[in-house]
Unconditional design. Structure first.
Length: 355
């Protein structure tokens, strides 16, 4: 019955899109995805997995592996069968196609963004640029990610144990691939991935040689103030925090990097933000920067002024975005020393070619 319903929705989507009603069908699909046990998300994920191979098979070996992180922080029934077991999740792995297992390679940990989102081919050119330099890349589909059904979706733990899932993906790589240099491990992420990056170096300062946080979600207390009810509801559902920031402000502080900068040690850190960011308001990152300074921490940052692209300003395929990514790679490469570092715009443009 559910398969038949899914087929009907797909056919309906095709017909309505043809008649210019894509917004209506998008709303219809979203409203029914819950009843379909997130099967539409899973279908989208399967299609995107195929696209990874189409877009990167000239430069990278791609794998997807199953691993685990800590148990859920909140169990509906703590005495139920399986309660307290580790949370299982998938991670994407990307290896340079010319990899020599007799050599040592740097590892880049690349957590995706989004409250409920996943690692998609949106990151194609960034992965190409990393692999072309000689990096091995791991990207965890940590708890709460979409594309893996209702159960994984409802394991969301924003700003807490998802951070440890990403850390677990790093440990998995070191345990299973002896050609990875444990002293050359970096972490970089944008938005929610930037928050995860920050908490990883706060919680595990000796495990990362360098870090980059782009437009990082930094202050959930402030974020709950300037976002709407639909966004706040993502955190207030019973399987997540279960309370509003008004009801439990300390829990939201605990999950906010700007309120935890005292934990930061000495990992070389670069932070970028953009004044016209339409997702993570610059005020969040400014709070993070001021907090780091107040705690006398050493780090680098740049506040970009009205760069086109807003929240995605340095992840796009524009010349300006690539120029900014050169700066990011120079920061990371100083400590990770890949075999073929990107140092110029010409280098990054070359890395993006399939010919």
């Amino acid at each position: 019955m559910k398969k038949a319903l899914l087929s009907i929705f797909i056919l309906l989507a095709m017909s309505m899109t043809a008649f210019g009603q894509s917004d209506a069908i998008e709303s219809l699909i979203k409203s029914n995805d819950e009843n379909l046990q997130h099967r539409l998300d899973r279908l989208e994920k399967m299609v995107d997995d195929l696209m990874w191979h189409q877009r990167l098979d000239d430069i990278a070996y791609i794998d997807k592996v199953y691993m685990y992180g800590p148990p859920k922080w909140k169990e509906k029934n703590p005495t139920a069968l399986g309660a307290g077991n580790p949370v299982k999740f998938w991670s994407y792995l990307f290896f340079p196609k010319n990899l020599d297992t007799n050599k040592k390679y740097p590892l880049m940990v690349l957590p995706h963004g989004g409250v409920h989102a996943d690692f998609t081919t949106y990151y194609t050119h960034i992965v190409r640029e990393l692999v072309s330099q000689g990096y091995v890349v791991v990207a965890a589909e940590y708890r709460g990610s979409t594309g893996y059904g209702k159960g994984h979706y409802k394991k969301i733990d924003y700003g807490d144990l998802e951070v440890e899932d990403v850390f677990a993906s790093k440990n998995y790589m070191l345990e299973n691939y002896p050609f990875i240099d444990e002293k050359r491990v970096g972490i970089m992420g944008w938005s929610h991935g930037g928050l995860i990056t920050l908490f990883n170096i706060f919680n595990h300062p000796k495990d990362f040689a360098v870090a980059y946080a782009g437009v990082p979600v930094s202050d959930l207390v402030a974020r709950m103030g300037y976002y709407d009810d639909d966004y706040r509801a993502l955190y207030e559902v019973d399987y997540h925090i279960g309370q509003s920031a008004h009801e439990n402000v300390e829990e939201y502080r605990r999950r906010s990097p700007a309120w935890n900068t005292h934990k930061f040690k000495n990992t070389p850190l670069l932070i970028h933000t953009n004044t016209n960011d339409n997702d993570v308001h610059v005020l969040e990152v400014e709070h993070l920067i001021k907090s780091l300074k107040a705690d006398n921490k050493q780090f680098q940052y740049e506040i970009y002024q009205e760069v086109p692209g807003g929240h995605s300003f340095d992840r796009m395929d524009t010349k300006k975005a690539k120029e900014i990514r050169v700066k990011i790679y120079k920061h990371m490469n100083k400590y990770l020393k890949p075999a073929k570092p990107i140092n110029t715009l010409k280098d990054i443009q070359k890395a993006g070619y399939r010919f």
